[in-house]
Write a protein that binds this ligand. Structure first.
Ligand SMILES: [Zn+2]
Ligand SMILES: [Zn+2]
Length: 163
């Protein structure tokens, strides 16, 4: 996706896969004008920050004790082309939460997903990502809804970008 396409897409649907425009969805979190009240909101806004390359936000929402030296510069080296986010489940109990998701991407005409159960903790009124447990996933079926939330079937959408 070219940058202009991304801007057009942002005005109608936020990259996190919600049906709201970016300004009414993840942007307030990225600008520090809103605080994510539940782990799933934080997780979605973090995925969106990966798509839009808001690396500062990713560092700020990653619990410092779990950063292990990760920097904005390291994140900026990633060239991943993200396709879409699918949240499978999310739970929270007072100060601890988990979100299981698939973050789809394309690399060398090959589609794959980060399939992860992420953990979050709440500190001083803010949720932070701590770490994730990654799992194996399979491509959607050709007739399944596309991972990019286009409303088309997978075979008629992102699958065409492979091979
Ligand atoms: Zn969003
Ligand atoms: Zn698609």
């Amino acid at each position: 996706m070219k940058n202009n396409d991304l801007l057009d897409a942002k005005s109608t649907h936020c990259p996190c896969g919600s049906s709201r425009p970016y300004e009414q969805c993840c942007e307030p979190y990225h600008l520090g004008r809103a605080v994510a009240e539940i782990p799933e909101r934080l997780m979605r806004s973090r995925y969106c920050a990966f798509v839009l390359r808001h690396f500062r936000y990713l560092i700020a929402t990653h619990h410092p004790q779990y950063l292990h030296g990760l920097t904005e510069q390291q994140l900026a080296q990633g060239k991943t082309q993200w396709l879409g986010l699918v949240v499978m489940s999310s739970t929270q109990q007072s100060e601890y939460g988990e979100v299981t998701f698939k973050a789809w991407f394309i690399e060398n005409k090959h589609i794959d997903a980060i399939y992860e159960c992420s953990s979050f903790i709440k500190q001083d009124g803010h949720w932070f990502y701590t770490h994730g447990h990654q799992m194996q996933t399979r491509l959607p079926g050709r007739n399944d809804p596309c991972i990019c939330h286009s409303g088309k079937k997978f075979k008629q959408c992102c699958a065409k970008r492979t091979g």
